[in-house]
Design a protein around this ligand. Structure first.
Ligand code: ADP
Ligand code: MG
Length: 695
């Protein structure tokens, strides 16, 4: 056990190392910068850089990199070595404050959505001192934000940091009204639960769809899927257990608080949850987690699939974003306490979240809109893409009694307190229903469950932070001008419930009835990325983001273009992959097998008197499927070639959604039906059964 304590954070230039290696005044200066989210004092940069370099070299580092998250969804690194030539022809290892604070990667190879014309291809990265530097692969990695030369955000982190400022500012106004004058900062805490699939590497290597697209494009269902519910929390297989152990250790070295590892609902599906951290750190750590899982899986002969829907017919993977607000003095705005009805800060915060989610259903949906996640939300076998909030009966009861001016009857609480004080009261609510809610209050935090497993958590938290900041600013305006503070809180809650009651839903969010009920309530149901994305540019959204300094209108426009371009590119690659698989493997296989059946039929005929019905039926069935596949694949090829030339990003994405995806689904149907009758030993790809159960 001692060992865990020793290795935890051993590759991180964290607080203890800084304290040990930096002069006291430099350390204090840096520490207050980090704690209060202020800009860095450039006079200390050289000292910090030098200490960082010395430490990193001792850890075996030869290079450094500004580590950042461009809008491609991956994490980018450009490695520079520490070496610098000396007069006598040798080298010394150098790293200056300037190099620490600012980098200039060639921005032209990252998407900018028209923000940057090629002649001003420069962009720069800027150090984020609040996320600790670390050593990975002999490289000192410095977490940074990435901007265009004119200061527009080209990454995930910049708006995230801005949104954290926005909510800090407004939440401080609120908390001061409650008399907490010692509070200096309000932080957003996030704990992202990461789901993923593991697949055997040797099998993976035989599936071009997994290699190029991260998901299977064809595959007929095995006799057994997840219906037995025997995988969830099941005993870990030894190869998986070894993988998880190594992931934990590597993440611990990087200071990531990896905490819980378990099986998920689908076969071969798992989850890793860290202990929550401040949002930007949680976001960086989640990127590192995904990277480590992919890398370490390979060492165990496995591949880690982060795609939201690697297999049809079994659950997809998401990333639950647990979100709460707390002060530097340790007050959690969302902690109900023993008597939630007597906790006005908590109730006001609930009201703020309710109003924010109802007003900005579009933004939360947009923040999770990707080609991959579209298969998980609002698609055939997935929960509807409708936002609603689960509060549970007790909290809804409290808010309703305030709204209706009736006495809150806390009978429920008396009944529940039967010797189990320690269990939060919220938990007694029907957990099954709670699990189907896209946005659930789960005791001192809200859990947003629409986020896809492959995405950065940044966008979602940018939206959450900004929209709650916006509502807090309205509430603070009202409260600052109120004659009677308590009465005004009640009136805010009453107004919120009367206007936004429709967003609260404690029932089964996966049911078809809910989809109809939600429509009656007027809630948005944005089924796909192309339905959702254009709403980002609405006047309401631009006004809000500009008011809080999170996005400029230009940045929003460029983001919409980038997301749509990404969406189209992904479907484009999937289509090309499917075409190749059909033309080069599936059609030839069906043809060869049909030929074998024909030979068998002829031979049987030669002998005479034998029954040939099975051969005959299979031949007709397979040749019909073969023809459909061949024709549809031709159609898909033509359609991709034509649509690729579409200029407008939204129109193009819509056409890919309406035409290309549909054709791909049609082809899949025929391919899967052929797979179910072609002998296993000649079908060109490992089956779903092998992929899901051969770990
Ligand atoms: P679940 O029942 O959803 O598995 P857990 O208790 O395992 O819930 O917690 C899931 C995640 O929520 C963890 O990452 C945990 O650190 C995080 N979490 C717990 N409390 C908070 C909080 N106050 N704010 C943000 N995240 C939190
Ligand atoms: Mg959860």
């Amino acid at each position: 056990m001692d060992k865990v304590i020793e290795i935890f954070g051993s590759n991180v230039f964290g607080d203890a190392v800084m304290k040990e290696r930096l002069p006291e005044d430099t350390y204090n200066n840096l520490k207050s910068t980090i704690k209060e989210g202020k800009g860095i004092d450039s006079s200390i940069a050289d000292t910090v850089a030098n200490a960082m370099k010395e430490w990193a070299i001792e850890k075996g580092a030869t290079h450094y990199t500004h580590w950042f998250q461009p809008l491609t969804g991956i994490t980018a690194e450009k490695h520079d070595s520490f070496i610098s030539p000396t007069d006598d022809g040798g080298v010394i290892m150098e790293f200056s404050g300037k190099e620490l604070i600012k980098g200039e990667p060639d921005a032209s190879s990252f998407p900018s959505g028209g923000l940057r014309t090629t002649f001003e291809a420069r962009g720069y990265t800027a150090w984020d001192p609040s996320s600790y530097a670390f050593v990975k692969d002999e490289t000192l990695c410095i977490p940074t934000a990435f901007c265009s030369y004119t200061g527009e955000a080209l990454d995930q982190k910049t708006p995230l940091l801005r949104s954290m400022e926005a909510i800090n500012k407004q939440a401080l106004r609120i908390i001061k009204l409650f008399g907490y004058d010692d509070v200096k900062r309000v932080n957003v805490e996030v704990g992202p639960e990461q789901e993923y699939f593991l697949v055997d590497k040797a099998l993976y290597d035989k599936r071009p769809d997994l290699i190029y697209c991260g998901r299977t494009l064809i595959g007929s269902m095995p006799p057994k899927g997840q219906e037995m519910d025997d995988h969830y929390f099941g005993v870990l297989k030894s190869r998986v257990a070894a993988f998880m152990r190594e992931v934990d250790v590597e993440l611990w070295k990087l200071g990531v608080l990896a905490k819980t590892e378990h099986n998920e609902a689908a076969p071969a599906q798992h989850e890793l949850a860290p202990i929550f951290a401040t949002t930007n750190i949680a976001a960086d750590h989640n990127q590192l987690t995904m990277e480590m899982m992919k890398k370490i899986a390979q060492k165990h002969g496995l591949v880690c699939l982060l795609h939201e829907k690697p297999y049809d017919g079994v659950n997809g993977s998401g990333k639950h974003n647990n979100w709460s607000l707390s002060t530097d003095t340790g007050i959690n705005f969302l902690k109900a306490g023993k008597e939630p009805d007597k906790n006005p800060l908590f109730l006001l915060t609930l009201a703020a979240v309710i109003r924010a989610v109802d007003l900005h259903q579009d933004l939360l949906r947009i923040s999770v809109a990707t080609a991959g996640n579209d298969h998980r939300l609002g698609a055939n076998e997935a929960p509807p893409a409708i936002l609603s909030i689960f509060l549970g009966e007790e909290l809804e009861g409290i808010l309703e009694s305030i709204a209706r001016g009736t006495h809150y009857d806390n009978l429920a609480r008396v009944k529940m307190n039967m010797g189990a004080d320690i269990i939060p009261k919220i938990r007694k609510d029907n957990t099954d229903r709670n699990r189907t809610s896209p946005f659930a209050f789960t005791g001192n935090k809200f859990e947003f469950r629409m986020l896809g497993s492959a995405s950065s958590i940044s966008d979602t938290n940018v939206m959450l932070n900004t929209m709650v900041a916006d509502v807090f600013s309205e509430f603070a305006d009202r409260l600052e001008n109120a004659d009677n503070f308590d009465a005004e809180i009640n009136s805010i809650i009453k107004d919120t419930m009367n206007t936004h009651r429709r967003i609260i839903f404690n029932g089964d969010g996966y049911s078809h009835e809910w989809e109809q009920e939600a429509e009656r309530r007027g809630l948005l149901n944005l089924r796909s990325t192309v339905d959702a994305l254009p709403l980002l540019k609405s006047e309401k959204n631009i006004k809000m983001f500009e008011k809080h300094g999170v996005f400029s209108a230009t940045e929003i426009n460029s983001r919409v273009d980038i997301i749509l371009e990404n969406y189209t590119k992904i479907i484009h690659i999937e289509a090309l992959t499917l075409i190749e698989m059909m033309n080069r493997e599936v059609v030839p296989t069906i043809s060869a097998y049909t030929n074998r059946l024909c030979e068998s039929l002829l031979n049987k005929n030669k002998i005479g008197g034998m029954n040939c019905d099975v051969e005959r039926e299979l031949i007709f069935r397979l040749s019909a499927a073969e023809k459909e596949i061949y024709n549809l694949t031709g159609e898909l090829k033509m359609s991709v070639a034509t649509l690729e030339k579409t200029v407008d990003a939204l129109e193009k994405a819509r056409l890919y959604h309406d035409t290309v995806l549909r054709l791909m689904e049609d082809i899949r149907k025929y391919a899967d039906s052929a797979e179910s009758v072609v002998p296993t030993n000649i079908w060109p790809y490992p089956s779903y059964g092998e992929l899901l159960f051969n770990i």
